[in-house]
Structure formats: structure tokens, C-alpha cells
Design a protein around this ligand. Structure first.
Ligand SMILES: NC(=O)c1ccc[n+]([C@@H]2O[C@H](COP(=O)([O-])OP(=O)(O)OC[C@H]3O[C@@H](n4cnc5c(N)ncnc54)[C@H](O)[C@@H]3O)[C@@H](O)[C@H]2O)c1
Length: 253
């Protein structure tokens, strides 16, 4: 896909990786539709995209709410005249042990609410937004691209039953959609980032951050721009579909 004047939707576009990918794609000539819950952050992302010389609109919507998602994608298609791409990026963490016990006594367990809230955003939200994007791409006769954000945690990680399950599910949906949507000219890929430098990692105790850095063969955390570069690669490489790119500095969990 040549990104010039293509309409790309990014969920969770108000900050972090979503914002970095939005600015990077704007630099390549794409127009952006950003979805998030936080209006102030969305406005800042739009301003950065305009500074990059492209145009953007923002939409306040909760990706877990079916009617919100349906209405938002219809509005985006009407505002821009169609949808060419989607990055399913909105995601949350609610870490905790599956069962926490000491001396044979269980003190704490992961609540259903803690499990379900992560599944709702990271898996159901991806399902709903992916489905609506596909509907508009097919009906608008656009040969689109959908990218789902997974994580290295998808293979299983201590304290992340909910998150790991959601991120593994996202890869399974990626392969399934690639096979189902290929006949419509739609490609689907996933990105599984390792630990990326964000406000959260900057706020960590230095010894904790150093430990994380040492775990990576490249000796440092990833940069948001390196993830954005990967998203751009998936959009542009027409032979890429049904696969997940692991961009993690060589760290295997
Ligand atoms: N940062 C990392 O190191 C890392 C590593 C692996 C995977 N990821 C994945 O990449 C994605 C982005 O990560 P990030 O670090 O930029 O996260 P972030 O927390 O900085 O940003 C996530 C954005 O999603 C939005 N969001 C959350 N719930 C929403 C909902 N229900 N509806 C609409 N918007 C919602 C938030 O408001 C926020 O703006 C996530 O899916 C995350 O799991 C991140």
C-alpha cells in the first residue's frame, strides 16, 4: 500500500505507541482517524499530525462498546470517504498473580473482573474494531490493511494471565482474518513488541530498568518509533499477511 492520502484509523491514538504510529504514518502522507477515551490527549495527537503536514480527526469512543464502535467507524467512513487501514492498538494491563499463596494458604486470586476487563479491551475491542473496519473496506471496495497489536507476553508471562491470553488471542484472530479476508484484497498482520521505552518505563526505579535492558541482547529498551517503523512496513509490504512481527530486541520470554 502506498500510504499517500490513505485513511488510517488508530485506536488508542491519544498517547504512547498509538500516537507515535500516527505521526510516523502522517509523515508518510496518510490521513489519520484517532479513537481514544481521552479528549485532551487526542487533541495533542491531532496537533502533532498537523505539524507533520497531514490531517487528522479524533473520535471519543470506547472500543469495548459495540454500538460506539459501529457508529464511530460509520462516521469515520463518512467523514473521510472510506477506510484504508486500521491499527488495533488500544490496550490495557491489569497485572496480578493467577493465585497467590504462602505456606499452603491462598491469600489472593485474580478476580473475574480483573481478567474480564483486560479481555474486553484487548480482545473484544480488537474483534469489534477489526470487524467494522473490514465491513467498510469491503463495502467501500478498498484493499485495506489491518494491524493488531500483540505482545511478547502472548507466549505466557508471570502475573499476566489476562494480558497474555488477550495477546495470544489477537494473533489467532490475525491469522484467521488474513485467511478469510484475503479474497477481498485485505491483508492482516500483527506486531508483538518487547518492552518499549514509555513514560511508564522512564518512571521505573533505575535498577529495575537496567535489569530489563540487560535482558535484551541489544542492551536497551525499544523506541516507539521502532514500532511505528514496523507498522509502516506491514502497510507497505504487499506480500505480508497472516503473520506476526516480533520486534523485541531479541528478548524471548
Ligand atoms: N509499551 C510497550 O512496551 C508495549 C509492549 C507490548 C505491547 N504493547 C501494546 O501496544 C499497545 C499500545 O501500548 P502503549 O504502551 O502505547 O499503551 P498506553 O497505555 O500508553 O496507551 C493505550 C491507549 O489506549 C487507550 N484505551 C484504553 N482503553 C480504551 C478503550 N476501552 N477504548 C478506547 N481507547 C482505550 C488509552 O486511553 C490510551 O490512550 C497496547 O495494545 C499494548 O498492549 C505495548
Amino acid at each position: 500500500m502506498n500510504l499517500t492520502d490513505k485513511v488510517i484509523v488508530i485506536t488508542g491514538g491519544g498517547q504512547g505507541l498509538g500516537r507515535a504510529m500516527a505521526v510516523n504514518l502522517a509523515n508518510a502522507g496518510a490521513k489519520l482517524a484517532l479513537i481514544d477515551l481521552n479528549e485532551e490527549q487526542l487533541q495533542q495527537s491531532v496537533a502533532l499530525i498537523e505539524e507533520a503536514g497531514s490531517s487528522a480527526r479524533y473520535y471519543l469512543a470506547n472500543v469495548t462498546n459495540e454500538s460506539d464502535v459501529e457508529q464511530t467507524f460509520s462516521k469515520i467512513a463518512a467523514d473521510f470517504g472510506g477506510i484504508d487501514g486500521l491499527i488495533n492498538n488500544a490496550g490495557i494491563l491489569r497485572d496480578g498473580m493467577f493465585v497467590k499463596a504462602k505456606d499452603g494458604v491462598v491469600g489472593k486470586k485474580m478476580s473475574l473482573e480483573q481478567f474480564q476487563s483486560v479481555i474486553d479491551v484487548n480482545l473484544t475491542g480488537v474483534f469489534l474494531c477489526g470487524r467494522e473496519a473490514a465491513v467498510h473496506m469491503i463495502e467501500g471496495n478498498r484493499k485495506g490493511v489491518i494491524i493488531n497489536m500483540s505482545s511478547i507476553a502472548r507466549g505466557g508471562n508471570m502475573g499476566q494471565t489476562n494480558y497474555a491470553a488477550s495477546k495470544a488471542g489477537v494473533v489467532a484472530m490475525t491469522v484467521t482474518w488474513a485467511r478469510e479476508l484475503g479474497r477481498h484484497g485485505i491483508r492482516v498482520g500483527a506486531i508483538a513488541p518487547g518492552v518499549i521505552r514509555t513514560a511508564m518505563t522512564d518512571a521505573m526505579k533505575p535498577e529495575m530498568r537496567e535489569r530489563l535492558e540487560k535482558m535484551k541482547p541489544v542492551g536497551r529498551l525499544g523506541e516507539a518509533d521502532e514500532i511505528a517503523h514496523t507498522a509502516k512496513y506491514i502497510f507497505e509490504n504487499e506480500f505480508f499477511t497472516g503473520r506476526v512481527v516480533e520486534i523485541d530486541g531479541g528478548l524471548c520470554m
